[in-house]
Design a binder for this molecule. Sequence first.
Ligand code: F6R
Length: 260
Amino acid sequence: MEVVIAPAEQLAVLAADAIESLVRSNPATVLGLATGSSPLKVYDELARRHEQERLSFARVRAFMLDEYVGLAADHPERYRNVIDTEIASRVDLGPGAVQGPDGLADDLPAACAAYEAAIADAGGVDLQILGIGTDGHIAFNEPGSSLASRTRIKTLTRQTRLDNARFFDDDVDRVPTHCLTQGLGTIMDARHLVLLATGPHKAEAVHQLVEGPISAMWPATVMQMHPHATVLVDDAAASRLQLGDYYRQTFESKPGWQGL
Ligand code: F6R
């Protein structure tokens, strides 16, 4: 696991560099997209490169991590719509190039199985962007999630609903109670995991993710078992890392050609 501690703007550039290098070497790259605040600067940087540097996503396919259950198709916080607003509509991703779990399906388990099959049919995810919840969730794999889980329905914790109330007029009761989410096993199948976390409220979760024992109580710790995981954090999110100085020193002395 590589840990990079840098200002948020630089983290976004590093993540965008990794994505750009994949897409330029394989225009049919499969990306994994996260919603929430953490990847927004990365999406801004990708949109800028598309506009100013002719970075094309015309053949890229993308899979979302998760979706709320039951939010109306036109609800602005439906993750499908958030991804369209934040990235898909700002670059040249083709129609139908982005897929997400169908939180409006009549048969939710069948929708989850179909989603797993769609990811497999695409050849799996090359690079998965992730954020982390204050309780250590990735996607919506809340504490207690099986480390081998696949796409399924989950109940959101009170903490996650409180954290996300800011997107629902600060009214926690408007935050859906359930979601469909890629499982930890699904996420672990992606070939490169790139997690972004900024702010002091993420410090404990980041400490557990990088330095804690692997445990379903901190689901993100499963990433310690991934052969290619990158954790991009600002000073505030890194403030509880025991080996912070070592991670800084390692990044400063990293060969320029190496990339993430
Ligand atoms: C969103 C997702 C979640 C968020 C996490 C952090 O698709 O999968 O795991 O990444 O809740 O959210 P932010 O980035 O808003 O702090």
